[in-house]
Design a binder for this molecule. Structure first.
Ligand code: MD3
Ligand code: FE
Length: 204
């Protein structure tokens, strides 16, 4: 357990290979029911290089109208599948004080995908942490402060790593600069899957 900065906790290798493989199997079932879609940037319509889907009562989407959480897949109109019990258990292990997660965003990175520096601020409950699980190729993760111009640092996130983002880091800027090929056999073709568990609404 490594505190990267206040509120940003890295758990390297929290999930062993068997747990990673079981989780990836669960994600394959989710993607079968709720296929990956290509989000686009609000206003410009520029496509993300990351493809996404969700599970849970709410899912995060981005289209020309904006970023939001909604109960249905933006293309099929079907409700998102349930969050697997193993992920709800993981939330209890690392974020037990928070109300349960309502969304699990599934990010699929092909070998050349990346994610620009941004904040996660579409959740009404910003007191709950975000819990991130990395599967597959190692990624170069960059994080900074709550202002876009704050200095940034970079670390590698490997398959099985978990990051808990809360407190003073909940609104920190962050992104994925690149993947490193040949670092994991879990996801075919040097791909990567990142799961983020999120509380969206205020409890009660
Ligand atoms: C720091 N995903 O889905 S996870 C995202 O690896 C996202 O796919 C990245 O950023 C990925 O929004 C990074 C680690 C993470 C997630 C949320 C954060 C770091 C964060 C929120 C605030 C600060
Ligand atoms: Fe993010």
């Amino acid at each position: 357990m490594i505190t990267l900065q206040p509120g940003l906790i890295h758990h390297p290798g929290l999930l062993d290979r068997a747990a990673q493989a079981a989780l990836l199997d669960a994600i394959r079932n989710i993607v079968r029911a709720s296929p990956l879609f290509t989000p686009v940037m609000p206003k410009t319509g520029k496509p993300f290089t990351v493809r996404m889907t969700n599970c849970g009562p709410l899912g995060w989407v981005s289209d020309q109208a904006g970023y939001r959480y909604q109960p249905q897949h933006p293309v099929t109109g079907t409700p998102w599948p349930a969050i697997p019990a193993s992920l709800l258990d993981l939330w209890q292990r690392v974020a037990a004080a928070a109300p349960p997660p309502e969304a699990c965003l599934v990010n699929y990175y092909a070998a050349n995908a990346r994610m620009g520096l941004h904040q996660d601020r579409d959740e009404a409950d910003l007191s709950a942490p975000v819990v991130s699980i990395s599967l597959g190729a190692t990624a170069l993760f960059r994080y900074g402060g709550v202002s876009r111009t704050d200095p940034t640092r970079s670390i590698r996130l490997s398959s099985g790593d978990v990051v808990v983002i809360g407190g003073a880091s909940r609104l920190a800027f962050h992104g994925i600069d690149r993947l490193f090929p040949g670092t994991s056999t879990l996801v075919p073709e040097d791909g990567r899957v990142n799961l983020t568990l999120r509380r969206v609404t205020l409890p009660g």
